[in-house]
Design a protein around this ligand. Structure first.
Ligand code: SME
Length: 159
C-alpha cells in the first residue's frame, strides 16, 4: 500500500486525475468497505482540504453516516431529505452553489456554504452517497462532478 499521497499542483482536472490513479493503488486488492471508504475520504480531504468529505450508506431504508473526514455530522438522513437524501431519491449528482438556497438542506455545520453529493450506484441501486462540503460558496463545478462520478463508479466495484 502506498503511504505517500502525491498532490498535483496543476489544474483541478489534473489534480483529480493524479488522485484517482493513486486511490486505485491505495485500495489495491482490499475489499473491506469501511477500510476503503475511510481511505478514499482521507485521500480526498488531504488533496483538497475541504470542510467535510464522507459517505452516508443506505441501511434499513435510511442513509447512515459512514467513514468521513471533518467535523461531527448528523448520523441518519431519510430518503428525499437534504441534498444527500435527494441524491439518493433521484439517483443523481447535486452540485449546490449555496446550501442556504437549497430547499430542505440539512445543516450539519453552519460553516458549510456549498456542497456536492454523488450517489454510489451498484447494480442499478443507490447503496450510499459521497458528500463533500466546502466553507466557500460555489466551490464545485463540472470537473468535480465528472471526477467524483468516475471515483464513485469505480468505488462501487471495490466495496
Ligand atoms: N448537508 C447534507 C447533510 C450532511 S452534512 O453536510 C455532512 C444534506 O443536506 O444532505
Amino acid at each position: 500500500m502506498a503511504e505517500h499521497l502525491e498532490i498535483s499542483s496543476g489544474e483541478k482536472e489534473e489534480v483529480y486525475a493524479t488522485l484517482l490513479k493513486q486511490v486505485v493503488a491505495l485500495v489495491g486488492d482490499e475489499t473491506d468497505q469501511t477500510a476503503n471508504l475511510a481511505n478514499v475520504s482521507a485521500a480526498l480531504q488531504q488533496t483538497f482540504n475541504h470542510l467535510w468529505v464522507g459517505f452516508y450508506m443506505v441501511k434499513d431504508g435510511e442513509l447512515v453516516l459512514g467513514p468521513f473526514q471533518g467535523p461531527i455530522a448528523c448520523t441518519r438522513i431519510q430518503k428525499g431529505r437534504g441534498v444527500c437524501g435527494k441524491s439518493w431519491e433521484d439517483k443523481r449528482t447535486f452540485v449546490v452553489d449555496d446550501v442556504d438556497a437549497f430547499p430542505g438542506h440539512i445543516a450539519c455545520s453552519s460553516a458549510s456554504k456549498s456542497e456536492i453529493v454523488v450517489p454510489l450506484v451498484k447494480e442499478g441501486s443507490v447503496i450510499g452517497v459521497l458528500d463533500v462540503d466546502s466553507s466557500e460558496l460555489a466551490t464545485f463545478d463540472n470537473a468535480d462532478s465528472k471526477y467524483l462520478n468516475l471515483l464513485c463508479e469505480w468505488l462501487v466495484t471495490v466495496i
